[in-house]
Design a binder for this molecule. Structure first.
Ligand code: CAA
Length: 240
């Protein structure tokens, strides 16, 4: 039986590329989305991948969403925690709401999805969880205390959960993308983005499929010895 994978935020941007890569790898994919009904519908028509709507920042919605996917497609073997938002602003301008929304979605979403899917993986003694972090969680970014904190938190979350899953065949890894050519990055003011791209040694933005191929690699059947790791994919912008 094909492995069943959930990709959160899986109908757009990096998530869409991940959904496609996992389908290509032979998995049955459920692409989760939060609200953009029109784009999700177009995605399913284009790719044949089923889309399921729920908000990853909502604990109960994740429990319900995973149950819905399992009823439709079977037990969930793979979770890609990709859903993420930005609410950029310097701390002088950042409201408590901007902080909360980003922490609850980007970091809380990982917890909520793991709570829903990890027990089944552990019981069946096989699972793959890949959390999408960010270069900005590793290095920080002016105007992103919320996003940097959430993404940095993802890296700690990954290493902790990896230890809990290790004896049960459940691997947990993170990918830290740099600046990728998506709508999220396109929303950065053009003059600011120009300066950022100038600092990328490869000399360009990354492409979503360049992240997706690494996700598929970490989810492979023979990936069982890779756990607790972070793979940086950023064109050389941040090396350590
Ligand atoms: N370091 C030091 N100073 C900086 C700076 C930096 N990196 N960036 C901006 N500044 C300075 C400016 O030069 C300006 O200084 P002056 O007033 O002296 O000219 C000042 O900060 C601007 O401050 P403001 O409070 O007026 O800022 P603003 O409200 O105009 O905008 C911002 C601030 C919203 C943070 C804007 O700069 C911005 O959007 N930056 C991009 C943030 C970013 O990279 N986000 C990533 C989104 S993509 C993503 O997150 C995906 C991923 O994982 C990589």
């Amino acid at each position: 039986m094909a492995r069943v994978a959930i990709v959160t935020g899986g109908t757009r941007g990096i998530g869409e590329a991940i959904s496609l890569a996992l389908k290509e790898a032979g998995m049955t994919v459920a692409a989760n989305y939060a609200g953009n009904e029109e784009k999700a519908k177009a995605f399913t028509e284009r790719t044949g991948i089923a889309a399921f709507r729920w908000d990853v920042s909502d604990y109960d919605a994740c429990q319900q969403g995973v149950a819905e996917v399992e009823a439709a497609l079977g037990p969930v073997d793979v979770v890609i925690n990709n859903a993420g938002i930005t609410r950029d602003g310097t701390i002088l301008k950042m409201t408590a709401q901007m902080w909360d929304e980003v922490i609850r979605t980007n970091l809380g979403g990982c917890f909520n999805m793991a709570k829903a899917a990890f027990p089944g993986m552990r019981e069946r003694k096989w699972g793959r969880i890949v959390n999408i972090g960010s270069i900005n969680g590793q290095a920080g970014q002016y105007g992103q205390v919320n996003y940097a904190a959430a993404k940095s938190g993802i890296h700690g979350f990954t290493k902790a959960l990896a230890q809990e899953g290790a004896r049960f065949g459940v691997t947990v890894n993170a990918i830290a993308p740099g600046y990728i050519d998506t709508e999220m990055v396109a929303a950065v003011p053009a003059d600011v983005l120009e300066k950022i791209v100038a600092k990328i040694p490869v000399g360009r933005l990354g492409q979503a499929h360049e992240i997706a191929r690494a996700v598929a690699f970490l989810c492979a059947e023979d990936g069982g010895f890779i756990t607790g790791s972070t793979l940086s994919i950023n064109g050389g912008q941040h090396m350590y």
